[in-house]
Design a protein around this ligand. Structure first.
Ligand code: 13P
Length: 308
């Protein structure tokens, strides 16, 4: 086995992570100065993670552009502990409008992102399959893995959500088992984002500073999804999920967990309090260290994934 993760393709690292049930967190870069302290912390703790950027990070927050995040990643990056992922290229966006996902994925592939995501979850099943199949062909031609979403991880849309307990009890938006099996087989997707109790933190101007509801995972449903899908599963809405739920979900096949709101709010709050970008960056570094050591418990995961 390789001694360092540096030279391994991301697809292989994620396969190993899935088999060994080692989670790979994916941290959203909502502001460019968050990136360097994240990478430095991951390097110090020898923990393998992804950094990722989604359209809301660019449009709603301060990521600038996917190119800007990519350039910062090239400067700060340590490929032994981190790779760069394009999060959520939507077919239908948060406001319900059609979006040119092909242009966004094409740009990310040209920039050399290590993996990309298409989000066809606001489409019907047939259309989601068709778009995801096309995106898989684009990503695979560039030699990188594709993530896609099936079911609805709610929370990014404008307008109020039903109460969380009602969502959980009724299973609104949960990924359907039969659909998952068919979706993976017919699209060639590499990692599947599923809905099973997780919700996204709000991004609207009115709600972006609010504390997220404490979510939990329907573990019985997740176990069935893993068997049906047979590929690494992704949990969006990673901020503020009960720890026991998260650890159990990792055992059930969740390989990638997206964390956005929690680290963005830490950064923005500290920046507001101090007016200092460096202090805000330090607050993010501290949060990543706590997540790595105490929440996920994955300090040193790079060595385990490299087989040492
Ligand atoms: P949170 O903002 O709820 O952590 O979710 C992040 C996410 O899933 C980005 O795709």
């Amino acid at each position: 086995m390789a001694l360092s993760l540096k030279d391994l393709p991301l697809a292989e690292i994620m396969r190993r992570a899935f088999e060994a049930r080692i989670v790979v967190p994916a941290y959203n870069i909502a502001h460019i100065p968050m990136l360097k302290p994240i990478i430095e912390t991951l390097s110090a703790l020898r923990c393998f993670s992804l950094v990722e950027v989604a359209r809301p990070d660019v449009v709603q927050f301060g990521a600038g552009s996917i190119r800007a995040v990519c350039e910062e990643f090239r400067k700060a990056g340590d490929r032994g502990v981190a790779r760069l992922h394009l999060d959520h290229a939507p077919v239908i966006d948060e406001a319900g409008k059609r979006f040119d996902w092909k242009a966004l994925i094409g740009e990310a592939l040209e920039l050399g992102f290590d993996s990309v995501m298409i989000d066809g979850s606001r489409l019907g099943l047939e259309e989601n399959i068709a778009a995801t199949r096309e995106a898989a062909a684009m990503a695979h031609a560039a030699g990188v893995p594709l993530e896609a979403e099936l079911g609805a991880v709610l929370g990014h849309e404008a307008g109020p959500l039903p109460p969380y307990e009602e969502l959980f009890r009724t299973g609104k938006g949960f990924t359907a088992l039969g659909d998952a099996r068919r979706f993976v087989k017919e699209t060639g997707v590499d990692w599947l984002s599923v809905a099973c109790g997780n919700i996204h933190g709000a991004i609207s101007e009115a709600d972006r500073d609010k504390a997220k509801v404490r979510a939990r995972i329907d573990l019985a449903h997740l176990a069935k999804l893993r068997k049906a899908a047979g590929v690494p599963l992704v949990l969006h809405g990673g901020s503020g999920i009960e720890r026991e739920s998260v650890l159990a979900a990792i055992k059930e096949g969740i390989t990638k967990i997206n964390v956005g709101t929690q680290i963005r709010q830490v950064y923005e709050r500290r920046l507001k309090e101090t007016g200092l970008v460096a202090a805000a960056g330090q607050a993010v570094a501290d949060e990543i260290a706590t997540l790595t050591r105490e929440y996920f418990g994955i300090e040193g995961s790079a060595a385990r994934l490299a087989g040492r």
